[in-house]
Write a protein that binds this ligand. Structure first.
Ligand code: IMP
Length: 429
């Protein structure tokens, strides 16, 4: 298994950044395969801090970085992110960066629609990142998207623009908005086209070559399994498939290419945006988790909702995504609690459930069944071996592992790269 696929096993924000950064430093290629600039993470390399949203993590170390066809690409966000990184001294060129030429574009009209719909939905809003992700994916499956390869043929765009605008103008009229300004859109596309096209290519071909040469590929997932459009807390989800299987379809490699599936799991639970959250704590404990864990969204700055670890959800995520092993993160946030709780099942209408049901009303109605464990007073922050962990913290990790029916491959004990307890190296497995 030379390749590794990293996915979030909760609602995103599990601390993928540090783990992906560590793995990216040893990979030959890093591939984003879904989502867009709704993702966000911070990389700390030496004394420099890099904020990435769309670009794969390998970019800061010069590793071949690829945006696969499964991503929705905002070309202006791409340009801004690249220019910012170049300003920090990072070299980005066609040698170390490629964008799939069949990648659909996020256009200003998608951002407009995202905002209009969220505002109109009132209390029923999804709580999106407002980046136009959902509308762009809708146009992709609706077969009216403008894709990266179209940027090389803008003189032939009229029929596509007709289809796209007919759809959006009808929606916009319903929201009392003027029709799409086609001339302005076309002018903007003409201006941005050369920038994007310098990186555009059939990336499946490049990845095939890289793979044939024996390279180690890191597939970098965004968001988390519980935000998956099929398997997540629908409709409070993102608009892509966030499960590991998407790594193959979203990059143009076969299903055997995903390798070791590393599920990133936070030692407690958080979520941004609306939707069911069985173990959410609306009290001082939830506030304490949020403060200790610095739980604010990287992209939108929103405060994250916090709660106890939900083993039912993570067991389900690991099963759905074929997780080989997990990386447990942010254990130190639980330091100092007298007792800690883990959700081991749900109660719904007098019945006990060992899984999360599909219907949103049932998802909202389940009551968590908790198992309580003694906490630990000592700090786990910075531990690099089991011997440095308090006995109760080890018991907690073992219980988590048992309940989710998936082994722990590593435990991350601080944002620092070296503060990690390695049980199984995903690249060597
Ligand atoms: P969208 O992806 O912007 O459409 O947002 C849909 C849902 O996914 C909202 O609940 C967002 O808060 C959530 N979401 C999207 N991207 C992320 C992420 O990177 N981390 C955590 N939540 C996310």
């Amino acid at each position: 298994m030379a390749n590794v696929t990293v996915i979030g096993a909760q609602w995103g924000d599990e601390g993928k950044g540090k783990i992906v950064d560590w793995l990216a430093s040893r990979a030959d290629a890093v591939v984003r395969f879904q989502g867009g600039h709704n993702a966000g993470h911070t990389l700390v390399v030496g004394d420099k801090v890099y904020k990435l949203s769309l670009l794969p993590s390998g970019i800061v170390t010069g590793t071949l970085s690829v945006i696969g066809n499964g991503v929705v690409l905002d070309p202006w966000a791409l340009k801004a992110e690249i220019e910012k990184l170049e300003g920090q001294g990072v070299t980005i060129d066609a040698d170390n960066f490629a964008v799939a030429d069949n990648c659909p574009l996020i256009l200003p009209l998608h951002r407009d629609l995202d905002g209009l719909r969220e505002t109109a939905a009132g209390a029923g809003k999804i709580g999106t990142t407002g980046r136009g992700i959902g509308p762009a994916y809708e146009d992709k499956v609706g077969r009216r998207a403008i894709r990266v390869c179209d940027l090389a043929h803008l003189d032939q765009l009229e029929p596509q623009l007709d289809r796209l605008c007919a759809h959006h103008d009808a929606l916009r009229a319903g929201f009392d908005q003027p029709p799409v300004d086609r001339e302005a859109l076309l002018a903007d596309l003409r201006e941005i086209a050369p920038f994007v096209l310098q990186f555009a290519q059939p990336v499946w071909k490049r990845l095939k070559k890289v793979r044939k040469a024996g390279a180690k590929i890191l597939f970098e997932g965004a968001q988390g399994v519980l935000l998956d459009v099929d398997h997540g807390t629908y409709p409070f989800v993102t608009s892509s498939n966030t499960v590991s299987g998407t790594a193959a379809a979203g990059s143009g490699l076969g299903p055997g290419s995903t390798g070791f599936v590393l599920g990133i799991v936070k030692a407690y639970t958080t979520r941004v945006g609306s939707g069911p959250f069985p173990t959410e704590l609306d009290d001082a404990t939830g506030q304490r988790l949020g403060e200790r864990g610095h739980e604010f969204g990287t992209v939108t700055g929103r405060q994250r909702r916090c709660g106890w670890f939900d083993a039912v959800l993570v067991r389900q995520s690991c099963a759905i995504s074929g997780v080989t092993g997990i990386a447990l993160t942010k254990l130190d946030v639980l330091d100092g609690f007298d007792t800690v709780r883990i959700c081991t099942g749900y109660r719904l209408n007098g019945k006990i459930l060992d899984y999360f049901p599909s219907h949103s009303a049932e998802q909202a109605a389940v009551e968590p069944i908790y198992e309580e464990m003694e906490g630990w007073r000592e700090t786990t922050a910075g531990a690099r071996s089991w011997a440095e962990l308090p006995a109760q913290a080890i018991k907690y990790i073992q219980r988590v592992q048992e309940l989710i029916e998936t082994p722990v491959a590593l435990v991350s004990t601080s944002p620092e790269r070296e503060d990690t307890i390695l049980v199984r190296d995903p690249f060597l497995d």
